[in-house]
Design a binder for this molecule. Structure first.
Ligand code: ZN
Length: 184
């Protein structure tokens, strides 16, 4: 089932999300719906708050974005439950990011290149794994969502000012992408 995507202005995007247990109701169905919603909207990642659930869960399917320059993405399809970034390392690098909750906005964002992450899969098995490059980038972007943050928070004040009117339009429901959205 396709779920509406909460866009900038929706309060759920600014909440710090809660951890979940294996007893969380209809978790398998929610995960399935999140994959459907992400694919329909041509996204490579989707965090639960973006579909209105303030829980620590995000899904990634970046296989469609794989290429010779991004071979790391050919098999990058994963579910992350209760993730925790244990450490950041490596040099910061810049990448032009977009977000389904910020339609029509793309901006250069600096992030560290390597992260160490503890997370559970859909069976609540615990993993500790290091990610780098574009995979670490996507995870950090989704991780921000469960912390109530958005990539625009990382922009300098000048860039922020330049996108202010667009943000206002999004929060008033005046920007309508090809996928279903909601502001409240
Ligand atoms: Zn996003």
């Amino acid at each position: 089932m396709i779920l509406p995507v909460c866009v900038y202005g929706h309060p759920v995007l600014r909440k710090v999300a809660s951890e979940i247990t294996p007893e969380y109701p209809d978790l398998k169905l929610l995960i399935e719906n999140m994959f459907d919603t992400m694919r329909k909207a041509d996204g490579v990642g989707l965090a639960a708050p973006q579909v209105g659930y303030s829980i620590r869960l995000f899904v990634i399917d970046a296989t469609s974005a794989a290429s010779e320059e991004k071979p790391d993405l050919y098999d990058f399809k994963k579910i992350f439950i209760n993730p925790q970034i244990l450490s950041y390392s490596g040099e910061e690098w810049t990448y032009n990011e977009g977000c389904l909750s910020l339609p029509e906005i793309r901006e250069d964002v600096d992030r560290p290149s390597v992260i160490k992450l503890r997370y559970c899969n859909e069976n609540f098995d615990v993993f500790e794994e290091e990610f780098d490059g574009i995979r670490a980038r996507i995870i950090q972007h989704e991780y921000d969502h469960i912390e109530g943050k958005l990539f625009i928070d990382k922009l300098n004040p000048i860039r922020r000012r330049l996108i202010a009117s667009k943000l206002k339009q999004i929060s008033k429901g005046k920007i309508t992408p090809a996928y279903k959205t909601k502001v409240v």
